[in-house]
Design a binder for this molecule. Structure first.
Ligand SMILES: Cc1cc2nc3c(=O)[nH]c(=O)nc-3n(C[C@H](O)[C@H](O)[C@H](O)COP(=O)(O)OP(=O)(O)OC[C@H]3O[C@@H](n4cnc5c(N)ncnc54)[C@H](O)[C@@H]3O)c2cc1C
Length: 509
């Protein structure tokens, strides 16, 4: 090759930034085309009640071989395993005793472990229609618990919707194993993903041409025959009428975006890839964040139901409340995480609610068009959150400590550049989700044949689908494939030139 190859990367999320990083290190000229006015994609921080907080991811899933852990360590990012008591409130809004809460939690987590094992071992024979909830229902029948306890356990199991990003009665059991993460502890990134993002973005920010506010609407990548090699370029067009040509193009737009924009590709993508894009679903996880002058629940020993409450609650779960009006026909189990238990300088008097599926969608629909500084925005979100935080120990409606200073609700479902949702999800009905993911990663007829490559969390190794680690790894994989094709570095053997991970742990390509 006589001249330096020029690669276009669409999207400046973790996958695009990591891909750009490795391409740059291998001598490639990189241009990143990003629709938003910032980098990071779903990794993004805001300030709520004067405290910085992640509005997208805030967990590192798995402390095992995980490059995001390495980067967190290298950037001195504070992460921690939330420790303290978990509380579960009944449908009537009363907290169960610690003993009952532990019994329920143990059932949920043991059954989740069994579901992963079962899904791994019997994927071929499990009916595509069988859901994670079906599995929970079978297991609870085998416990010998009272009918009341069984109901309570099932209510608590439903909160697993916050992990998979949608209701668990639509979560495939056959492919539940694809939700399994890297081994080890899950850490909450108390110091936010800010420095992790800056670290991953460093090479791209310094050496790539990053064009912000540049939404791509069309990608023309004709099939190449062997004689044409790199002479035939890929052309991408922007929403504002601009166009760019590249030797290779890496598309990192979220799966939700791909679903809605398959006609952006000219000529059409191969049928197998279109099927895969259509088959895998896209989750709906959202956050509601409420900040207070003081974490009134953190040290409270006052009781609501006559028994002394544990100090330092970390997770509080609220089972399908019957004591307050809830939207008709929508599962309204909720869970919140106290950020007051963070290491000292990162502790916040803040509650983080995870909402998912229809309940998340309901809240988003209520607030999406409201101005964040408006009274209606605040009232709408507090109408959602107050029935829950008002049950926490230490709550006193007459105390100024219990009046929120700030409230925020995420709206990823209204964000086309996040694919109008959160991350990939494996719903009942799927028959070959693993093969679909393989097709998303490297479908015959794209890649080498068209100079068109796909990265992003939905193309990650199975153990990291839907995560920041997966996004990062997917960028590495595509960088290696492109480098191999362009005969650069040692990318083809998995040893990328100049690839030095902070603590020397090996990354998996
Ligand atoms: C609420 C929420 C909570 C989450 N929690 C966790 C967690 O705790 N831990 C975890 O590991 N993961 C979590 N995730 C998932 C994690 O955020 C993603 O897996 C990861 O950030 C995806 O990175 P990516 O590069 O694949 O995609 P993105 O970060 O979405 O990057 C894609 C980029 O492409 C850009 N783009 C889109 N369309 C166009 C276009 N047409 N033209 C140009 N640019 C375009 C976007 O603006 C974006 O910058 C969460 C996600 C959400 C939404």
């Amino acid at each position: 090759m006589s001249s330096r190859p020029h690669v276009g990367v669409i999207g400046a999320g973790l996958s695009g930034l990591r891909c750009a990083d490795l391409l740059i290190r291998n001598g490639v000229r990189v241009t990143i085309l990003e629709a938003r006015d910032r980098i990071g994609g779903r990794v993004h921080q805001g300030e709520i009640g004067g405290y910085p907080i992640d509005l997208g991811p805030n967990w590192i899933h798995g402390s095992g071989e995980n490059p995001i852990m390495d980067i967190a360590e290298a950037t001195k990012t504070i992460f921690h395993e939330p420790e303290g008591s978990n509380m579960i409130a009944s449908r009537e809004g009363h907290f169960f005793s610690e003993e009952i809460a532990n019994k329920v939690s143990e059932f949920v987590w043991t059954t989740i472990g069994e579901a992963f094992e079962y899904s791994n071992a019997h994927a071929d024979s499990i009916s595509p229609e069988k859901s994670l909830l079906d599995f929970f229902m079978e297991k609870v029948q085998q416990t010998g618990f009272s009918e009341e306890d069984k109901k309570m356990c099932l209510d608590a199991c439903k909160l697993w919707g916050a992990y998979v990003g949608d209701k668990i009665d639509r979560q495939s059991l056959k492919f539940f194993s694809l939700e399994e993460c890297i081994d080890g502890t899950n850490y909450f990134v108390a110091g936010t993903y800010k420095h992790i993002l800056a670290h991953v973005a460093k090479a791209a920010v310094s050496h790539a041409d990053i064009k912000l506010n540049t939404p791509i609407v069309c990608i023309e990548a004709p099939q190449r025959d062997d004689s044409q090699s790199l002479n035939q370029q890929v052309t991408v067009s922007t929403a504002t009428g601009g166009s760019y040509t590249f030797d290779e193009v890496v598309v990192t737009c979220p799966l939700g975006w791909l679903k809605q924009n398959t006609n952006a590709f000219v000529p059409s993508l191969p049928d197998r890839l279109l099927q895969a894009i259509n088959n895998i679903s896209y989750g709906r996880l959202e956050k509601v964040i409420v900040s207070f002058p003081r974490a009134f629940w953190h040290d409270a020993t006052s009781s609501i139901d006559g028994s002394e409450k544990p100090k330092h609650p970390v997770f509080a779960q609220f089972l399908e409340p019957s004591y307050t009006d809830v939207p008709q026909g929508i599962e309204w189990n909720q869970e919140c995480l106290s950020l007051a238990s963070f290491p000292e300088q990162h502790a916040q008097p803040t509650l983080l609610f995870y909402t998912y599926g229809p309940s998340g969608a309901h809240i988003v629909n209520q607030i999406a068009d409201l101005d964040r500084s408006s009274a209606e925005y605040r009232t709408t979100l507090l109408e959602f959150a107050e029935p829950f935080y008002s049950r926490l120990p230490g709550y006193d409606p007459s105390s100024p400590d219990c009046v929120p200073t700030d409230v925020f609700g995420s709206c990823w479902q209204k964000d086309p550049y996040a694919g109008n949702g959160s991350y990939c999800n494996f719903q009942v009905g799927l028959t070959q989700a693993d093969k679909d993911i393989e097709a998303l990663r490297a479908c015959p007829g794209v890649g080498e044949r068209r100079g068109l490559w796909f990265a992003g969390e939905h193309t990650a190794p199975f153990v990291a689908l839907g995560t920041t680690t997966g996004a990062y790894w997917s960028g590495e994989r595509v960088a290696a494939q492109v480098c191999e094709k362009l005969a650069l570095g040692k990318a083809g053997t998995g040893e990328l030139k100049g690839d030095s991970l902070p603590s020397g742990r090996k990354s998996s390509l």
